[in-house]
Design a protein around this ligand. Structure first.
Ligand code: NAD
Length: 265
């Protein structure tokens, strides 16, 4: 199946994040890369986090520098507290006080409920949910100590609202991000920190290539999507940029499905 590429980065540049510094976790590829590049397109300097510093993260950093923005790669496993602290310390030391955090890093495995082990449950829930809690805490503690405002964008999933087989660990880790978002937003709102969540639908990234390459499954999935196609990482990035920007100054505690009309159909 061929799909049109509806949203390219070159369409408009509003500089909605001019002068801001952002951290994007899991930014070496996929949605994280899309968010990092749209943020830079909108004027932000970007800290690119992923598990390793490699040719993928270098490419993202170079794309951002080519837009005239600053970019650094800070590798680290955001499911580990010590790595989280090191990533935030390095960001502050090398780029300065950070304004925006995009909690994007995540993993998905597909395992039938009756076969799921404790280790498999913990790997997914720690990477997807606990990492967003720890990164948000590290970020908010620094902002509050400095008396500065900021914005957090948490990445959830369409699976917060749709059942797919073998996801009894993944789906709860993503639905819980809604509650995490609401509860953190309530505690830090008075400090001028906004917290919102994006639930992406089917987005064309390395994570879901196995779906896009299955002619027996893909048409059945796509007919459930009102716009009739998968989304692009930049289409998540542009919504994240809006939520991160001052245009969304009265938006907090919200979870938004950016799914081409899947949940709504
Ligand atoms: P992806 O696998 O293509 O990219 C994820 C990136 O995160 C990888 O570069 C990976 O190395 C990194 N990462 C994983 N664990 C990490 C850790 N502990 N610390 C730091 N980096 C880590 O995935 P994607 O499709 O771009 O997904 C990004 C986010 O969006 C995930 O949270 C995923 O659950 C969510 N999501 C994706 C889709 C989709 O259709 N692609 C749909 C809904 C939600």
């Amino acid at each position: 199946m061929k799909f049109s590429q509806e949203r390219q980065l070159d369409k408009g540049q509003n500089m909605r994040l001019k002068g801001k510094i952002a951290i994007v976790t899991g930014a070496g590829q996929g949605i994280g890369r899309g968010i990092a590049e749209v943020f830079a397109h909108e004027g932000a300097d970007v800290v690119i986090n992923d598990l390793t510093a490699d040719s993928r993260t270098d490419e993202v950093a170079n794309n951002i520098r080519n837009k005239g923005r600053r970019a650094i790669v800070v590798p680290g496993d955001v499911s580990r507290r010590s790595d989280v602290e090191r990533v935030f310390d390095t960001a502050w030391a090398e780029l300065g006080p950070v304004d925006v955090l995009a909690n994007n890093a995540g993993i998905e495995t597909i395992i039938p409920f009756t076969e799921l082990t404790d280790e498999q449950w913990e790997a997914v829930t720690t990477t997807n949910l606990k990492s967003e809690w720890m990164c948000s805490q590290a970020f908010c503690r620094r902002l509050i100590a400095e008396g500065r405002k900021g914005s957090i964008i948490n990445i959830g999933s369409i699976q917060a609202a749709r059942v797919l087989p073998g996801r009894t660990h993944y789906a709860p880790s993503k639905l819980a991000i809604e509650a995490l978002t609401r509860n953190i937003s309530a505690e830090v709102g008075a400090n001028g920190i906004r917290v919102n969540c994006i639930h992406p639908g089917l987005i064309d990234t390395p994570m879901i290539q196995w779906v896009l390459n299955r002619p027996d499954i893909l048409p059945q999935v796509v007919t459930q999507i009102s716009l009739g196609r998968p989304g692009l990482p930049a289409e998540i990035g542009s919504v994240a940029a809006f939520l991160a920007s001052d245009e969304a100054s009265y938006v907090t505690g919200q979870s938004l499905y950016v799914d081409g009309g899947w949940v709504g159909k």
